[in-house]
Design a protein around this ligand. Structure first.
Ligand SMILES: [Fe+2]
Length: 326
């Protein structure tokens, strides 16, 4: 094993199975206000993703480049989540299963996966459909075989994969079912204990690279005693979720804004995240873009992370583009 280790990172693949393609993108169907419906359709069409089902081929293109990698890390969001309830929906599960199977076939034991918000379910924009479901949690863990928390030692580095939706549960809780809320809280409590212990047991020379899908979780990490006292050990935090540097830049500009409570669940969640975004600096946040990026910029791609096993050099992170077929 050489002194430098090469890690390929991808995120927000949003793979589309045949069943999800057949169902289609129904988000706007649940918005009553015609002006708002038009606005959301225009936003999806021009800025976010005109055809959310058209980019499966980028996963194959990424996989062609994994030959020299020591590890491959996928940072969450494997399906299109077109039912908004995560992987308890069969069509969404089929998307995630196809996606993760392709990754496993190519990367095998080198592969590590984190859980994104869309594995668990997420309320639709303005339409109020869906949300986090425990059935999706258990299917993601037991059927898809994803761990909610993992560590990987690479020389003096400890790579830590967390589940951002659990850590940020105080923000996501309104999207859960009332009868499931207590179990979510218990899951979160166990997750926090694992993280606390991992940071408490770090050896003096060990550094950390964190993998956390949604940056909304970061302020909550600072409330965990041994993470907070050792936050200087975190040399990089790889996030996904924002899909593009365009939204990363806007998040930095809007950091500290007040939480907006009167425009529905999605806007409340997003503004609550931005309110505390100033703390991202301490985590040395790097965005892994969505594999396809966004419609406006077609700026998809992936990251390479080079680690010096002796941790004598800081982690080297580079961004690589994946071009769309036109
Ligand atoms: Fe995503």
């Amino acid at each position: 094993m050489t002194g430098r280790q090469l890690i390929l990172i991808l995120s927000d693949i949003h793979y589309a199975s045949k069943a999800e393609k057949q169902r289609g993108w129904r988000e706007a169907d649940f918005i009553d206000n015609p002006l708002l419906r038009f606005g959301v359709k225009a936003y999806r069409h021009l800025i976010w993703r005109k055809d959310p089902f058209a980019h499966n081929y980028l996963l194959d293109r990424f996989l062609e480049r994994t030959g020299g990698a020591d590890y491959v890390l996928a940072n969450g969001d494997y399906s299109c989540d077109t039912a908004f309830i995560g992987l308890s929906d069969d069509a969404s599960y089929e998307s995630a299963r196809e996606c993760v199977t392709k990754l496993r076939q190519k990367a095998g034991a080198k592969l590590h996966l984190t859980i994104g918000d869309h594995e668990l379910g997420k309320t639709s924009l303005f339409g109020g459909q869906g949300g986090m479901r425990l059935a999706s949690w258990w299917r993601t863990r037991q059927q898809l075989g994803l761990s909610d928390f993992w560590t990987l030692e690479v020389g003096w580095y400890v790579l830590v994969g967390v589940t951002s939706s659990l850590l940020a549960l105080p923000v996501y809780a309104p999207e859960t079912l009332a009868e499931e809320r207590e179990e979510w809280r218990q899951l979160r409590s166990g997750h926090i204990d694992q993280l606390d212990k991992t940071f408490a047991h770090l050896k003096p020379k060990q550094k950390v690279v964190l993998f956390c899908h949604d940056p909304t979780a970061l302020p909550f990490l600072l409330r965990i005693q041994n993470v907070s006292s050792r936050v200087d050990r975190i040399q990089a935090t790889v996030i996904g979720h924002l899909h593009s540097e365009f939204f990363m830049l806007n998040s930095r500009i809007l950091s500290g804004m007040p939480t907006v409570h009167f425009l529905g669940t999605s806007i409340r969640r997003m503004s609550a995240a931005l309110r505390e975004a100033r703390c991202w600096k301490q985590f040395h946040v790097r965005l892994c873009p969505a594999l396809a990026g966004i419609q406006l910029l077609k700026d998809g791609g992936y990251l390479t992370l080079e680690l010096d096993r002796d941790a004598a050099q800081p982690p080297q992170i580079c961004r690589h583009r994946l071009a769309w077929d036109m």
